[in-house]
Design a protein around this ligand. Structure first.
Ligand code: C5P
Length: 402
């Protein structure tokens, strides 16, 4: 909850500005006081009347009110705010922020604000991917600005890709985690978790490999949720294109063998592990040291079993918490229950590929949490929400074990 928190919402001229209305409303519902500063272009996308009505405060655009000369002090706005949330943030505003340009009230306020600034980029996918924008975003991060990752999806241009603004619900959750309940933010202080995520890659030769469709989104969301609660997190990551979550130590690996080594090493000092990676079950028995030439014949690659990381850790687990995942292409409950026992997990998260909105690459998931006591089927949720539910469960198991 954001009860009593002051959020300064900066709105810039993007088509996603319409989502700022919902964002403002959700921030108020969460208990925050909201003031809105807009760029003059933003007014062409959403009216000041809408934003003033929803925020219950007059909108600030100019340095002074031309009617009566009243000064809109960027200094006092910055002092008032507990968080300066710029959403949507265009490529133009991000570029100006990165380089100290201060040609409107929104930007002068950024330069003078002492509170944390959070930016939710919104633009077309090619603008987002442009090296200049990416460098500007990196500069902002280096300057301590928190940048909410842009999800993949359909864009106003009709193209599809990264660049759309994060959903208002996710932005509010982000701000809540940043400013919200002090107790929750430190609830996993002094704990260390290992999270495995993404797909492993098993080389056939220097060019080809065997892998799978996992993007790592679920594991990354879990690492982020645990780190937000104060835990030290080692994220052992297979191949993915995701950015490293704030405050997480990431160890990149390729093969199942490398993931095994890195996970065992981190597990030695850990209070628990979340095994979210899609680890290859088989790897080529021999890796050719040159590119295998094709011939007209069929070919056969002999595969051998990889080590089961979760099962290995399960045998030395002791008082640690261990969470597993089971991705099944059928209903899968029985198979998940058998993995729960076999790998000595405290609970297992079952996703079924039969469920719409669950599985690879999407931002949502529909899971059932299964432990020795029973099953809890959760509704279709964002992966960040599933991660919170998993973190809640881990916390309550740790309390019981203490
Ligand atoms: O047996 P299955 O691969 O379905 O088990 C899935 C669970 O075991 C996941 O938590 C996965 O991360 C973990 N696992 C592992 N090492 C393997 C195979 C699976 O840690 N080699």
């Amino acid at each position: 909850m954001l009860k009593g928190k002051h959020i300064l919402l900066g709105v810039t001229g993007s088509i996603a500005a319409y989502k700022a209305a919902m964002l403002c409303r959700l921030l108020r519902t969460a208990g925050a006081e909201v003031k809105v500063v807009m760029t003059s272009t933003a007014k062409q996308f959403i009216t000041p009347l809408t934003m003033a009505t929803l925020s219950k405060n007059p909108i600030l655009v100019e340095f002074f009110n031309p009617e009566n000369g009243e000064w809109n002090s960027h200094i006092s706005l910055g002092e008032w705010a507990d968080c300066y949330l710029i959403a949507p943030a265009t490529a133009n505003t991000i570029a100006k922020m990165a380089h100290g340009v201060a040609d409107n009230l929104l930007l002068t306020t950024y330069l003078s604000a002492r509170c944390r600034t959070v930016v939710a980029p919104a633009m077309d996918c090619d603008m987002f991917a442009h090296i200049t924008t990416q460098q500007n975003i990196e500069t902002l991060r280096q300057h301590g600005v928190l940048v909410i990752d842009s999800p993949e999806g359909e864009l106003a241009s009709g193209l599809s890709g990264k660049g759309r603004m994060a959903e208002p619900e996710d932005i509010v959750r982000y701000v809540e985690a940043l400013l919200g309940d002090e107790k929750k933010r430190s609830s996993l202080n002094a704990r260390h978790f290992v999270v495995t995520a993404g797909a492993t890659i098993e080389a056939i030769d220097p060019v080809r490999f065997i892998s799978n469709h996992s993007t790592g989104k679920m594991g990354y969301a879990i690492a982020e949720a645990l780190a937000r609660r104060g835990a030290a997190v080692t994220l052992v990551s297979g191949r993915t294109s995701l950015p490293t979550p704030e405050g997480v130590r990431r160890v990149d690996v390729l093969s199942a063998e490398q993931m095994y080594e890195a996970t065992c090493e981190a597990f030695a000092s850990a209070d628990g592990a979340v095994m979210c990676a899609a680890v290859a079950d088989y790897t080529p028995e021999e890796v050719a040291d040159h590119k295998i030439k094709k011939s007209d014949d069929d070919m056969c690659i002999r595969l051998r079993r990889t080590k089961d990381i979760a099962a290995a850790l399960g045998t030395v687990k002791g008082e640690r918490v261990m969470v597993g995942f089971a991705l099944e292409s059928d209903e899968g409950t029985e198979s998940a229950e058998s993995k729960l026992r076999r790998k000595n997990f405290d609970f297992i998260v079952l996703n079924s590929l039969l469920d719409k909105g669950a599985g690879f690459g999407v931002d949502t998931n529909k899971v059932t949490l299964i432990d020795a006591a029973g099953r809890e089927a959760l509704p279709l949720m964002r992966k960040s929400e599933v991660a919170e539910a998993i973190a809640d469960r881990i916390e309550s198991i740790l309390k019981q074990k203490r």
